[in-house]
Design a protein around this ligand. Structure first.
Ligand SMILES: Cc1ncc(COP(=O)(O)O)c(C=O)c1O
Length: 344
């Protein structure tokens, strides 16, 4: 979606990796997360400081290979190894459709999907996934279960100023971010199946759910539904306060893939640096528009088009998002979600 910006960046976002680089498993043996490239860590911290969307001080950075791995690392780290019952994992509906799949596909004895957080009434410990802004409805979210035995994981994939006004630097115990939503670099994804709307309706009926067309603001208006069936190779990072939890996540990634591609981290570092550097010499010309300004304008244009099309069709309606003032840009605007789904 941000391809034109990256074309214009040219050399500024290009790296060359020579044959003698990234040979060892280890990126930084002094770091708790020994497979974290220092350049990647620095560029993550620099970008959060610039945007003001997350506190990085007092947090460990854990890098993972896409959401599949980091998400499972979090569940593994938070679930007691010897409990008699798997840990319940919940999220307030409507939730990101991959959560139940990612939670249950290995049929782990450590954790299991327990559905909508609004409906969750069991006693005992649980993990609540709080996605803000939320995929698929774009609204700002807070935890809903609010019991003492709850562990919270904040998925802040869309907490960037092209999608939503940044209102405060998030300072949660566990926060997840991904390059795919911040800069558009969704990486190499293997084995996507694109199913037609007829397939989706039939598939939904077979599962007893209502069909729901998806408007993907990152591509065109789509009626084709991507179903992810393979490993994701885009960089994600988690900011984790508790050292022991960070250690267990790192342990999971060691067991799972013995670290995270160093080359891919170096590339991601360059991309994130380029975003930060686009703010070094800001003038108002379109040619040198900084990254989030460019992203904001694209999202604004697409939401304008979407609202116009929806108004014309009379078939659908779109929510109004409450306006907020962005502490990063100073602009007051309504959220313009990067992923949005509505029901027929
Ligand atoms: C809320 C949310 N979290 C995490 C992800 C995972 O992003 P990625 O797999 O590109 O890192 C997505 C992707 O759509 C998402 O919508």
């Amino acid at each position: 979606m941000y391809e034109r910006f990256w074309h214009k960046m040219g050399e500024k976002s290009t790296i060359v990796i020579s044959g003698h680089q990234s040979i060892s498993y280890f990126s930084d043996v002094r770091n708790l997360c020994w497979f974290l490239e220092p350049e990647f860590a620095n560029s993550v911290v620099r970008l959060h400081k610039l945007v003001g969307n997350a506190i990085t001080e007092d947090h460990h950075i854990v890098v993972g290979t896409g959401s599949t791995q980091l998400f499972q690392a979090v569940l593994y780290a938070l679930s007691p190894p010897n409990a008699s019952e798997p840990m319940n994992v919940v999220s307030a509906a409507p939730f990101y459709s991959s959560y139940p799949l990612l939670t249950d596909y290995l049929k782990s004895a450590l954790y299991k999907w327990a559905g909508d957080a609004y409906e969750f009434s069991k006693d005992g410990p649980y993990i609540e996934l709080v996605t803000s802004p939320n995929n698929p409805d774009g609204f700002t979210r807070e935890p809903v279960v609010r019991r003492t035995k709850g562990l919270l994981v904040h998925d802040l994939a869309y907490y960037w100023p092209q999608y939503t006004p940044i209102s405060f630097p998030a300072d949660h115990d566990i926060m997840l971010f991904t390059v795919s939503k911040s800069t558009g670099h969704a990486g190499i994804r293997l084995g996507k199946i694109y199913a037609s709307i007829e397939f989706h309706i039939a598939f939904g009926k077979a599962r007893g759910s209502r069909p729901s067309p998806i408007i993907n603001m990152q591509g065109r208006l789509i009626i084709r539904i991507p179903i992810l069936i393979a490993v994701i190779v885009s960089d994600e990072w988690a900011l984790v306060k508790d050292r022991e939890i960070a250690k267990k996540m790192i342990n999971f990634i060691e067991l799972n893939t013995i670290g995270v591609s160093r080359d891919s981290q170096l590339r991601a570092a360059k991309i994130l640096q380029a975003v930060s550097e686009s703010y070094d010499h800001v003038d108002n010309s379109k040619e040198t528009e900084p990254f989030f300004e460019y992203g904001y304008n694209i999202m604004a244009k697409r939401w304008k088009q979407l609202r116009a099309a929806v108004n014309k069709s009379k078939l659908f309606s779109l929510p109004d998002f409450p306006p907020g003032t962005c502490t990063f840009t100073g602009r007051t605007f309504e959220s313009q979600p990067g992923n949005f789904q509505f029901n027929l």
